[in-house]
Design a protein around this ligand. Structure first.
Ligand code: SF4
Length: 358
């Protein structure tokens, strides 16, 4: 089984962020964690756990004692020997002391919200770290024994390809096995949205995507999902389960769980959550929705969907699903080695293909 835990608290609000989050406020932390513990005790059915992913918000914005409280809660889970145990973090809150604590509780993967190595861009994104601090934190992680490290990177903040190339050069110096690269999205209600920030030209964004792909592949990173690159053996086990439309628990504010073909969404109201009223909606997904989600998620993977697994799961040949045959004819889908996937020349435009399966 796969476990996602949401810690919605952040020390500050980033300019582009539309995730469910709350500004860190000490008075709520321990009661939130106690409710989280109750929710887990109530819903978790003692399955063997292949991955735990603590996301946010910024889980490491918790102080040392609060973080220990959270990590104590994760001891409820029956962890498989080779578990992937990830925590998301920003750079400035990840102290040596917290790194040691994470390591003690078996956290073996850290996803850092770096986003850029350029000072001006970091300011515009309202991120509070420097390039030097990124290098120091990664050194501290490696010295403590956590080397499975990923960073998040945002491109397209400025129409400047040179900036992207410099950022990748800096990233390669870190010698870490994973990176997630996202094109800037400007959502309503975010600081950028309110300021009516404009997107860069699509052609430049396209060029940036392909430059990133070329440089990372040249440095032996596998492009395994539209936005994700990893060294061999470091692909995110947790996220691959999502992209394979697999089952998982989501615990905490605003999380989603997918169990027995039922998608359960938790409340986004902190008040309700602190009253142990966790669930907002519970929706059983019929076969058509399951198949649609399998395509929508599975085609994000560069390898695509395994047609034997598909047949086993749905007792149907994948080519019979509309519009697979049409897209194969248009060469926008390829069937090779039992995998149905979007060829690399169309990956940048994959949304236009994936939307046909919704
Ligand atoms: S991007 Fe992350 S750290 Fe920034 S406000 Fe959003 S959830 Fe918090």
């Amino acid at each position: 089984m796969y476990i996602y835990i949401h810690i919605p608290f952040c020390s500050h609000i980033c300019s582009y962020c539309d995730f469910p989050k709350l500004l860190y406020d000490k008075k709520y932390i321990n009661s939130y964690l106690e409710c989280l513990k109750q929710e887990i005790k109530k819903r978790y059915k003692e399955e063997q756990v292949a991955s735990i992913y603590i996301g946010g918000g910024t889980p490491t914005s918790l102080d040392r004692n609060e973080l220990k409280h959270l990590l104590d809660i994760t001891t409820i889970f029956h962890k498989k020997k080779k578990i992937e145990f990830t925590i998301e973090s920003n750079v400035e809150s990840l102290t040596k002391e917290k790194i040691q604590l994470l390591h003690t509780y078996g956290v073996n993967r850290v996803s850092l919200g770096v986003q850029s190595f350029h000072e001006n861009t970091l300011k515009e994104l309202n991120r509070h770290h420097t390039k030097e601090e990124v290098f120091q934190v990664i050194k501290n992680l490696k010295q403590t024994g956590i080397s499975n490290i990923s960073i998040d990177y945002i491109y397209g903040v400025h129409p400047n390809l040179k900036e992207v190339k410099e950022d990748l050069e800096t990233y390669l110096q870190l010698e870490i096995p994973h990176i997630s690269c996202y094109s800037l999205i400007i959502e309503e209600g975010t600081i950028f949205g309110i300021k009516k920030r404009k997107y860069i030209d699509e052609a430049i964004d396209d060029k940036m995507y392909h430059t990133i792909e070329k440089i990372l592949k040249k440095n032996h990173y596998i492009h395994y999902e539209i936005s994700n690159y990893a060294k061999e053996g470091y692909q995110s086990i947790h996220n691959i389960n999502y992209w394979k439309n697999g089952e998982y628990y989501g615990f905490g504010l605003g999380t989603v769980s997918f169990i027995n073909n039922t998608r359960i969404t938790n409340t986004k109201s902190l008040t309700k959550y602190l009253e142990n009223q966790y669930h907002l909606t519970k929706e059983y997904e019929n076969r058509n929705i399951q198949i649609s989600n399998t395509f929508m998620l599975g085609l994000r993977l560069v390898k695509g969907i395994n047609i034997i697994e598909f047949k086993k799961r749905y007792q149907q040949d994948i080519k019979e699903i509309t519009p697979v045959k049409e897209l194969l004819k248009q060469k926008k889908l390829v069937l090779k080695n039992n995998q149905l996937f979007i060829p690399s020349k169309y990956l940048y435009l994959s949304n236009e293909i994936i939307i046909k399966f919704i």
